[in-house]
Design a binder for this molecule. Structure first.
Ligand SMILES: Nc1ncnc2c1ncn2[C@@H]1O[C@H](COP(=O)(O)OP(=O)(O)OP(=O)(O)O)[C@@H](O)[C@H]1O
Ligand SMILES: [Mg+2]
Length: 239
């Protein structure tokens, strides 16, 4: 049995006076991929940001058994939480190598591991990140999180807007990353969820409406339709 690396209890957050995360509770086991799912605008990104303290939050968040819900983001990150934000957020005017160098936190830095996982980035070390494709930028963003000794990765919609072939590359990189650290993965592509995730947490209107096994959800197309408003993993893959 796996232990819990992240425990979220009664987490709430507001943005611009609007309640975007409401009494959210779930656990992330200390291995594998936990998928955070839900339709557009239900509060997935806000939940991740609230865990990281990037937006003001209330409730209890325990990481490795210790409370982090009153801590500033940099302290949480220093504890070993890697963040791969929605829209990648690479520094376009800096090279790939500079983007990676900036991400180094001190302590153990796994340059060889990143070089082995992302040979294409090695080859493009001196290329400006802004001239990379979306998929390559996503690899930079993931590589930044894998450079450091993290005990948990929060990865927000890594395959968004990418062509199917590139989605497969990113999914493979995530599978490799999941062997190094457990991942809480926000993902709308249900093929990718099926490939990677063991557990799912589904949000609706800022609240958790379902938790359970990924396979059990994805094998139940009626449940997928009612919770996510899409028609199962197969049709999602065609979109
Ligand atoms: N900066 C902001 N200002 C105002 N409202 C915001 C802001 N960011 C998010 N919201 C609102 O908060 C709610 C939750 O947004 P959030 O980005 O967390 O959802 P999401 O599930 O990640 O959506 P998506 O699938 O589009 O990424 C939405 O109603 C959104 O409109
Ligand atoms: Mg989002």
């Amino acid at each position: 049995m796996s232990e819990t690396i992240l425990s979220v209890r009664g987490l709430s957050a507001r943005i611009a006076g609007q309640q975007v995360v409401e009494d959210v509770s779930f656990d992330v086991p200390d291995r594998g991929v936990t998928a955070l799912l839900g339709r557009n605008g239900v509060g997935k990104t806000s939940t991740v940001k609230a865990i990281l303290g990037l937006i003001e939050r209330q409730g209890t968040v325990e990481f490795g058994g210790e409370r982090i819900d009153k801590e500033p983001t940099f302290t949480i990150v220093q504890r070993g939480v890697g963040y791969v934000p929605e829209d990648r957020e690479v520094f376009s005017g800096l090279t790939v190598a500079e983007n990676l160098r900036l991400a180094e936190r001190g302590g153990a830095v796994h340059r060889e591991r990143v070089a082995a996982l992302f040979p294409d980035l090695e080859a493009r070390a001196s290329q400006l990140a802004g001239t990379l494709s979306g998929g390559q930028q996503q690899m930079v963003s993931l590589a930044r999180a894998l450079l450091n000794e993290n005990r948990l990765l929060l990865v927000d919609e890594p395959t968004k807007g990418l062509a199917p072939l590139i989605v497969a590359d990113v999914a493979a990189a995530l599978a490799a990353a999941a062997k190094l650290a457990p991942i809480l993965l926000v993902e709308q592509n249900l093929q990718v969820v099926r490939q990677l995730a063991s557990t799912v947490v589904v949000l609706e209107g800022g609240r958790v409406i379902h938790t359970g096994s990924a396979q059990a959800l994805l094998d139940d197309s009626d449940l997928v339709t009612s919770l996510l408003g899409v028609h199962g993993a197969k049709s999602e893959a065609d979109s």
